[in-house]
Design a protein around this ligand. Structure first.
Ligand SMILES: [Zn+2]
Ligand SMILES: [Zn+2]
Length: 1011
């Protein structure tokens, strides 16, 4: 097995967690029963011991139940793909989905919430992927338990809640003598503004009977002060730490005191108190309604409650590690030694299989940019570690099932997505294995090139320094007669020779190796191992530089790829006062609407002059703002009389929830407070609506015909076409496409009236409505679009959560025609279709094309196919005949050419111009001539399509004197071209056909000096 070398610094402390006897590694916890809680009652002293074994699943559920009992709404985890937040690569904290609520941009019908949030930290500033697996608490995927108060309670309740949950014998019953808490210890929070110790928080902790010496004020901004950004909500934090005992110290501390960051004291819960608003000048103003945001790492608290030091020893990971052992064939005895590289590889696989499963389940697919690139790195890193453990076959896809088994109770979505997730990972594994093959070959080529050029450069020096060096002859011989199978041996020989006589290694440029890493996905340590094994020097600094540049590009690409910039900050204030009432569901024109705000890049302004561009917020609009895959409307504002256009509207969007910003160019001065009429382009809208309703039909038909694994992965409803991306692993064949089209058009002809209703999210999902889980839906007031069908047992053909506009009756679509089906990413297919007028145009274009072809062929339209078949037969026949002619021509010339042999210093030379052969024929001719001569030099040239083709062949006995490559280079110069090749065979091309004759005539004089 190859040894694992960890790149870069950092590391793995020497005494890194041997398992202590006190923390047994086996976690046969099974399904914990809550019966033993009674035993604990009455024992509320600070020295109680935990007797209950909590499973990870129980901990998560208990947390949520605790806060539900305190009046919190249990809110489902949001997607790992943050919705509408382009500043974030992945959801990385419980508060992400509530960001707009904290900012006051969005109101919910509850003011207290609790969640178990899926999070991923990888590829960003928070987490260096390379650490994961080599520490006890680094993860790419983890779960954050949290409770949130949106202006309801503050420190006075957040602190007692936290203390009760973790210490009460009714709940987690963590011994109080193992706990420490911190409060904010004061710092300069903005230039000139200094905050003191958070005495409030300290007071509330003391009120819980936490001993004063265990409430530690930590000064400074880094540890205990939180801010959403440079401006906005901010405030002090309070953290709860758990003492894991001296065995957890990574620095071998036997009796260090809190706070020491040696690994003994572990932060398990962070309570954030959003107390202030910070403005652009840095000034802090107390928030009228302060908020609470807390985060407890499930994996950490599981380690605490299960009495183990490492998160990876909890029941959230152990079943995965056991599965990885059996899938990879790792040695279980070595794997049980925590500091072994095998154990690290297993932790990597356990962690990464969770991340990959959840990311793909949430709609991320492996790709070369943005989120997909991070996912690809995670998958490939896991595969690499699997191979280190001895896995020969794809194994990672098999890890998805145990991840599902562990997590499906909390994340029921996994049950449905597992087959597809497995397919995606399997495809990525297959691709990666292929990559390794191709990449290894390329790497070998790079080594050979460097070795040969280095050898040529230093040969004379070596010969001078060591005249008796016999290796030189061996290498010369080998290079003049290279056999593919021997090449690596020769390369190693060169490396040894250069090290021996020049006292230096051959350096492979790091940038070149990075290319291999980047283009072929060869892992860094694989590359460095191969390079070092061959006796070369791996230029790590330059490699890392190239890597850093590439990372910066990757970061830039996902920001750009999000396609949406963070909203102009002016909208936060506007959203406080206004919302836009949507009238676009009912009409395409509205009279007497009011301009509430005008925003330009300078922020909110009072007016927009004629000719200026900006964004306008109305109290009410019929312009559909781009969302849910439906393109925005275009249109115009009119003066109240409706006679005069006062602004052209090129589109609209939602800068924040429930506020529509129109992108306008003013034709007349627009002022805040003006009243205008709004018109959307009705024809364009009608086309979009037909396509949007068509999309719902296609979605339903795909699920009926291909299966319910089909999930929407994106859609676009434009005026000219609809596009629907969906998860499906195979190509959709022509027959399936025809079935889909037929079913959709049958539904269209059935012509039911489309129904829309507004209900709660839970109710909508319970009724069978499809939701696109990459999207964020409110808990209540979700819109459900139903296409009824009394023929179906469910009573409907399609039911989806959708905020878009639809036709009145399904029949209004007219007809739907699928125009293409293709792959857009691994496991994602794309269908494009046209409807209504668009479909008519499509049919008309096709009919016209057919009529044009028929008239070109001079036959009737019905005879087109037969005629084309006949033509293609004839063409094939003619091609064959032509090839035969050429071959005959080449062989016919053989005798002629042999007769043209000349003798130069005793060597037979043929230099001639040929005709009527292709390049393959030319090569064949040279071979035949070489054979005929037995020993000699052959150079042939021919005009080829206005250019010159040249080829030179030298029999093996002469290559030491006449190098075909050198000969061809000299010839190429004469015809204004370039070329090269092996010592025995080389080719060139040139532009100057007129010079071909004289070039061929020059051959004897070119060769003569070499003989
Ligand atoms: Zn310590
Ligand atoms: Zn829709």
């Amino acid at each position: 097995m190859r040894s694992y070398k960890k790149g870069g610094g950092g590391g793995y402390p020497k005494n890194f967690f041997f398992r202590s006897a006190a923390a047994p590694p086996s976690l046969a916890l099974g399904c914990g029963v809550c019966d033993n809680r009674k035993q604990l009652e009455g024992d509320v002293s600070g020295t109680q011991t935990q007797t209950k074994s909590w499973t990870g699943n129980e901990i998560r559920e208990t947390f949520l139940r605790f806060f539900e009992g305190k009046g919190h709404r249990r809110v489902r985890s949001s997607s790992l793909v943050p919705h509408g937040d382009p500043t974030l690569l992945f959801t990385n904290a419980g508060m992400n989905q509530f960001k707009d609520v904290f900012l006051g941009l969005e109101k919910r019908d509850y003011d207290k919430a609790t969640t178990a949030q899926k999070c991923v930290r990888a590829g960003g500033k928070h987490n260096d992927l390379e650490n994961v697996g080599f520490t006890k608490r680094h993860h790419t995927f983890f779960e954050m338990l949290g409770n949130f108060s949106f202006g309801d309670y503050f420190k006075e309740k957040a602190i007692p809640y936290a203390w009760e949950l973790i210490t009460s014998p009714e709940w987690f019953a963590i011994p109080k003598d193992k706990l420490y808490v911190t409060v904010f210890g004061g710092a300069e929070v903005a230039p000139g503004t200094t905050l003191g110790v958070d005495e409030d928080a300290r007071k509330f902790w003391l009120a819980q009977n936490v001993p004063a010496e265990r409430v530690v004020a930590v000064p400074g901004l880094k540890e205990n002060f939180w801010a959403m950004g440079d401006t906005g909500p901010c405030g002090p934090c309070s953290e709860i730490h758990y003492d894991m005992g001296p065995t957890a110290s990574e620095q071998g501390h036997a009796d260090c005191k809190f706070p020491c960051d040696c690994g003994r004291y572990v932060e398990i819960w962070n309570l954030v108190f959003m107390q202030f608003n910070r403005d652009a000048s840095g000034k802090l103003t107390p928030l009228p309604k302060p908020c609470v945001d807390t985060g407890m790492g499930l994996e950490r608290v599981a380690a605490v409650l299960q009495g183990v030091v490492s998160n990876y020893d909890t029941d959230l990971f152990q079943p995965l590690i056991q599965e990885a052992i059996s899938l990879t064939g790792a040695d279980p005895i070595i794997a049980a030694i925590d500091y072994s590289q095998e154990a690290a590889s297993l932790r990597v696989i356990a962690d990464h299989s969770r991340a990959a499963t959840f990311l793909i389940s949430d709609g991320v697919f492996p790709s070369n940019e943005g989120r997909g690139y991070v996912l690809r790195k995670i998958i490939r890193r896991a595969i690499r570690h699997g191979r280190l453990l001895g896995a020969k076959k794809p194994f990672l896809s098999e890890m998805v099932r145990p991840v599902r088994d562990l997590m499906q109770k909390a994340y029921p979505d996994l049950v449905q997505t597992t087959p597809q997730v497995m397919e995606v990972i399997r495809a990525e594994e297959t691709r990666f294995l292929r990559t390794l093959e191709v990449g290894s070959r390329k790497l070998e080529e790079a080594l050979v090139q460097s070795a040969i050029s280095s050898y040529r450069q230093h040969r004379t020096v070596i010969q001078r320094r060591a005249p008796g060096e016999g290796t030189l002859q061996t290498i010369d011989d080998a290079l003049s007669n290279l056999q593919q199978s021997k090449i690596i041996e020769v390369v190693k020989l060169i490396a040894v020779l250069i090290r021996k006589h020049l006292n230096q290694g051959i350096v492979i440029p790091g940038a070149q190796l990075f290319q291999l890493y980047d283009t072929y996905g060869l892992p860094t340590d694989y590359i460095s191992d191969v390079v070092r094994d061959a006796g070369f020097v791996f230029d790590e600094t330059e490699f890392n530089k190239a890597l850093e540049e590439q990372r910066a590009r990757a970061r830039a690409s996902w920001k750009g790829g999000a396609g949406k910039e963070a909203a102009n900050p002016a909208y936060a204030k506007i959203a406080d006062q206004f919302t836009t009432e949507p009238d676009f569901y009912f009409a395409t024109s509205a009279k007497d609407t009011c301009i509430e705000a005008i925003v330009t890049k300078n922020g909110a302004v009072k007016e927009l002059k004629a000719g200026e561009s900006g964004e306008v917020v109305l109290d009410r609009t019929v312009i559909y703002a781009e969302s849910g895959g439906q393109m925005t409307d275009t249109g115009a504002f009119y003066d109240p009389s409706g006679a005069q256009v006062v602004a052209e509207v090129s589109g609209a969007y939602y800068p924040v929830a429930r506020l529509v910003a129109h992108r306008v160019t003013a034709k007349d001065t627009l002022r805040v407070g003006d009243r205008v009429s709004v018109e959307a382009d009705a024809e364009r809208r009608a086309r979009i609506m037909r396509n949007h309703s068509g999309t719902h039909l296609v979605h339903a038909a795909l699920r009926n015909i291909l299966g319910t694994h089909v999930k929407q992965a994106g859609s676009l409803n434009a005026p000219d076409r609809l596009r629907f991306d969906f998860s499906h692993f195979a190509h959709v064949d022509a027959e399936e496409l025809r079935d889909i089209e037929q079913q959709v058009n049958d539904e269209i002809r059935y012509n039911c009236q489309i129904e829309t209703a507004v209900t709660s999210l839970e109710e909508a999902l319970a009724s069978g409505a499809l939701a696109f889980f990459g999207d964020k839906y409110p808990e209540s007031n979700v819109r459900v679009v139903t296409m009824p069908d009394p023929r179906s047992p469910r009573g409907f053909y399609s039911k989806e959560l959708c905020g878009g506009t639809h036709v009145h009756r399904v029949g209004d679509i007219g007809v739907l025609k699928i125009v293409s089906e293709q792959s857009v990413a691994a496991g994602v297919r794309r269908i494009e279709a046209v409807t209504g007028i668009g479909a008519l145009e499509h049919y008309q274009q096709r009919a016209q094309l057919l009529s044009q072809i028929a008239s070109k062929l001079n036959v009737g339209e019905d005879a087109v196919l037969a005629t084309v078949e006949k033509l293609s037969e004839t063409a094939k026949h003619l091609e064959k005949e032509l090839e035969a002619q050429k071959r005959k021509g080449a062989l016919g010339q053989l005798e002629d050419l042999t007769a043209q042999v000349q003798i130069v210093k005793g060597v037979k030379v043929i230099a001639a111009e040929v005709a009527n052969v292709d390049r393959a024929g030319l090569r064949q001719l040279v071979d035949s001539l070489r054979q005929k001569l037995g020993s000699g030099v052959v150079a042939l040239g021919m005009p080829d399509d206005g250019k010159v083709a040249l080829i030179a062949g030298v029999t093996k006995d002469l290559t030491a004197k006449v190098h075909a490559g050198k000969l061809i280079q000299a010839l190429a110069k004469l015809v204004g071209g370039s070329g090269g090749g092996r010592p025995d065979l080389a080719e060139a091309g040139g532009k100057d056909t007129a010079a071909l004759k004289s070039a061929l005539q020059a051959i004897p004089s070119l060769i003569e000096p070499w003989l």
